[in-house]
Design a protein around this ligand. Sequence first.
Ligand SMILES: *Cc1c(COP(=O)(O)O)cnc(C)c1O
Length: 411
Amino acid sequence: MHCEEVLAERIAREAGTPAFVYSAAVIRDRYRKLDAALAGVPHRIHYSLKANSNRGILTLLRELGSGVDVVSGGELFRALHAGFGAQDIIFGGVGKTAKELSEALQAGIKMINVESEAELLLLDRIAGEQGVQAPVGLRINPEVAVATRHEYIATGAKGHKFGIPYEEAAAVIATAVSLRHVAVVGLDMHVGSQLQSFEPYRHGIERLASLASQARALGAPLKYVDIGGGLPVAYGDGDADPDLEAWQRVVIPAVREIGAELLVEPGRFFAAASGVLLARVLYRKKSGGKDYVICDAGMTELLRPSHYDAYHFIETAGDRAGRARVDVVGPVCESGDFLALDREMEDAQPGDLLVIHTAGAYGYVMSSTYNSRARAAEVMVDGHRFAVVTAREHYEDLVRLEHEDPDWRDA
Ligand SMILES: *Cc1c(COP(=O)(O)O)cnc(C)c1O
């Protein structure tokens, strides 16, 4: 088994396991396809950093011309650190702190997507203190019906915590336009992830369009319409990659009508299919009629199976002739620590290298050090070359921030 032109076994031997391996070619290919699909209107792609934020992937996307969408001060820091210019960055998220808003203003980023009236008022005050005008996008919850694989990845239906409730949107727009230190430069939505139909985009953009005319009538200098991320990825259990032509037919005419620059915030679409997780089989074991494959990666590396009930195709890097019905589990002391349950797959044996597919998005970024497991390495492959882009953590990293001699203070 190869990752581009490099043997998976070679990477596993040199970088160790568990390790995430990303293909530069897949990211390039997907970036170009999406960019081409949007060619009919002025647009900018803002990669959603939270899907996968290592320096290797960020550098690759920056060189392709992508901007970024960040959802925390830490992601803003990462984006600037990876060389993105302030005008390449938009900042979203439902719970930004005063410190984060202040950092975004100081950096001079392109747009801050605001999710409530309270946040808007706070941002106006901070911008006033800094003597600047905040470029604001108002994230509207268009309250459309959203069908996703798991309820945790739907965000734009009525009652979700995200965005400004649709029935309040007109009032919040009017407030925003009246504030001295904010400029309403955009309207934004993000209705969910792994969207199985484009109807939420259609309905959502329609709602943004009617709000856009209201905003303009009030004098808002609207420049951007941001339709969020959410493009799906084929994981191998029936989901398909998006039909970008069909998506384009939904999005382009509707956005052209609004007459603003289109912004999109895909994360999973670029990162998921670019990456695999490599893990080594440690043991086989039978218990209570179940057959276990115990490997050196689990929920600490890839939380998606246990958190979202997600499917990841798993195979061995070598050739195993036999098949077996197994649970693929990790070493973590939790019954919820699994990568696959009741899965018919190759009869993997101790020492075999497992390749867990479509693990490039919401994998490493959701990893934890639970059970004091040091984080995995991240590797980038580009043609015949490969490089470690994030070093494996060492045991010392686990205790680095702890104080041996804490500074006790009196009450
Ligand atoms: C998570 C997120 C995205 C990216 O979602 P994908 O499904 O990975 O494309 C985009 N925008 C916002 C605001 C998000 O929270």
